[in-house]
Design a protein around this ligand. Sequence first.
Ligand code: ADP
Length: 316
Amino acid sequence: MTDHEQPTAVEVEDLEKIYPGTGGRGGKHALKGVSLTIPSGSIFGLLGPNGAGKSTLINILAGLVLKSGGHARVWGIDIDKAPRAARAAIGVVPQELSLDPYFPARAALELQAGLFGIPKAARRTDELLEVLGLADKATAPARSLSGGMRRRLMVGKALVHNPPVLVLDEPTAGVDVALRQQLWDYVRLLNRRGTTILLTTHYLQEAEALCDRIAILADGQIAANDTTSALLRGIEDQELLVDVASPLASLPEVLRAFEPHLATPRRLVFRYAQNGDSVGRILDALRSAELRITGITTRQPDFEEVFLNLVRRRSS
Ligand code: ADP
């Protein structure tokens, strides 16, 4: 099938979620009118700081959390009109490893298929074990599997019902670097075989390595939604912190083009792209502004700051 014959993998319109308040406290407005389209065949990254609403969005799609408003379709199926069919179109790999340590891989997959009501004849247990690289470990208890194997078994459990859309929730949180590469390769393989992937992550690098498109969720709203390359162009910023001897009441004219902000009256913060000659130009401008400089440092903003800056920039 070609792409345009396939339904859109996920479509979300004006999605709202308000968690009811508890013990006299007000409710939490976790999703504030989120609209999003995930094309079939893509690896789509959903990024955002903690508490942004990523899990809420995923859980609504997976039928685990009830939305408060808006619409959602998975593989063209409206989650209100046909909740069971919509749930069958999506598989979710949760963050935490939740495997019974004494259960062998084959038994775990069989049990999961049973939970989904898949008749024995229609199960793909052996095929999955093969794809997951677990065929020769099929009867070994989960506790004897390596970390990578356990992760793959988790993916397998989410795939027993052959969903066209697979959600990976922070797939490499707490996973070492070597294993991370292995998992990435595996995600790419699944995608090449036709599964649309929705991935949530904290790691910008992970989204960069895997995703075609990235949406950033911040405080329950979509702050950015773009191709990975377009988004990262604006995001890969460094900071140059310049301390000056006397407090500045305002920005010298020659520096305005670089849009620094005054963190304190004595500290200017410039943001610049890593790959370019902007540092040189900033230093030239500082020289011609004739400021007495007492210190210069560079800094890579952390993830939360990158988000905040991006959000600020997009809304200004
Ligand atoms: P993320 O996955 O991006 O970290 P979540 O979707 O888990 O964000 O949470 C979004 C917001 O909703 C947070 O402020 C969180 O505290 C709140 N929240 C999540 N689940 C519940 C719940 N069951 N009851 C009340 N508030 C919740």
